[in-house]
Design a protein around this ligand. Structure first.
Ligand SMILES: [Zn+2]
Length: 328
């Protein structure tokens, strides 16, 4: 709980202090004040044919930080894949999730993560199975190589992940994965990196754009997730072993009943208690951010646009050639 509240409090303070809401008329395009774009729901499936790779260190990362956006992008046509880097064997802080031994944590989170991928509508998921809190030990090049393989395998166009450039990040799994993703997105498109992949039938694939989330985000894009809020609630309800949602609502309902008390918020059955608890307490950050941008619920990202980070030939060269080339 402490971690959840801290995370939401931080995100609320930062967004409230540094990024004033934009006037309604400016929300669809980059605004002068901070360059923040409000990404609204698209009609139809404009992303059909594109592939989204959502990467998390732990089973609750995407659920808490970006599940509304992942669900939105999949609803708008993306084929989604979910990657979990660790095996979540360290469980979580007292009061969060379901207490268990190290082995029980592994199994519980493995099952939760598979369920989360299903709720999000992902095509499939991959568990890299590194030890929880120990990713600072992992060879960065090994991790980059595994991610390059996955990017080429699923032909990822877009990634959602922790921000490699964020401040106030204390979890080594988060920043190690983020650094590896940043490198892999670029290297996966290079023809000389890991050429054995091509012998196995893969092809180079450069990731086009990136949605990075963080505890203290440098916000360049706010995504309106109001239409996906029920899915975000369900994803957090599925996060039983680790998350601050899971079954905490129904547990609180039982605890109160033992003291001959009840909260109207928690309703008359376990599922309602869990859902309403999540909506009220776990999603408070999404709600507060949304309010600042004139929508009900939102998620914040440091968004890297297509072409913004590539090291390939400057497209202005091609434009210049087209305009100025003459016959020999
Ligand atoms: Zn995490």
């Amino acid at each position: 709980m402490a971690r959840m509240l801290r995370r939401n409090l931080l995100s609320g303070l930062v967004t409230a202090g540094a990024l004033p809401a934009l006037p309604r008329t400016q929300r669809q395009s980059p605004a002068a004040a901070g360059g923040v774009v409000l990404e609204r729901p698209a009609s139809g499936q404009p992303h059909k044919g594109k592939v989204l790779l959502a990467l998390q260190a732990h089973s609750d990362d995407i659920a808490l930080e970006a599940s509304g956006t992942v669900a939105k992008l999949i609803a708008e046509g993306y084929t989604g894949y979910l990657v979990r880097a660790t095996n979540d064997d360290m469980g979580d802080a007292p009061g969060l999730g379901t207490a268990g031994t190290i082995g029980e944590n592994v199994l519980g989170n493995e099952r939760d993560n598979a369920h989360i991928a299903e709720i999000l509508g992902c095509q499939r998921h991959f568990d890299l199975n590194y030890s929880n809190h120990r990713m600072a030990d992992v060879s960065l090049n090994e991790l980059i190589c595994r991610l390059i393989f996955l990017i080429r395998l699923v032909k990822a166009d877009t990634v959602v992940c922790w921000d490699p450039w964020a401040h106030d990040e204390e979890n080594p799994d988060h920043y190690t994965l983020a650094r590896a993703v940043e490198a892999a997105c670029w290297m996966a498109g290079r023809a000389h990196d890991y050429p054995e992949h091509f012998a196995a039938g893969l092809e180079p694939k450069t990731v086009q754009d990136k949605y990075y989330f963080a505890r203290r985000p440098e916000i360049t894009r706010v995504v309106d997730i109001t239409s996906q809020i029920d899915k975000k609630v369900e994803v957090n309800r599925a996060n039983v072993a680790k998350g601050p949602g899971g079954h905490l609502g129904s547990r609180l309902r039982i605890e109160l009943a033992q003291r001959h008390q009840r909260l109207p918020l928690l309703g008359d059955d376990e599922a309602t208690a869990d859902r309403n608890y999540i909506k009220e307490f776990v999603l408070v950050g999404s709600r507060e951010l949304g309010r600042q941008y004139g929508v009900e619920y939102a998620e914040a990202f440091h968004y890297i646009a297509p072409g913004a980070s590539g090291a390939d030939r400057d497209p202005r060269v091609d434009t210049y050639v087209k305009e100025h080339a003459v016959p020999l």
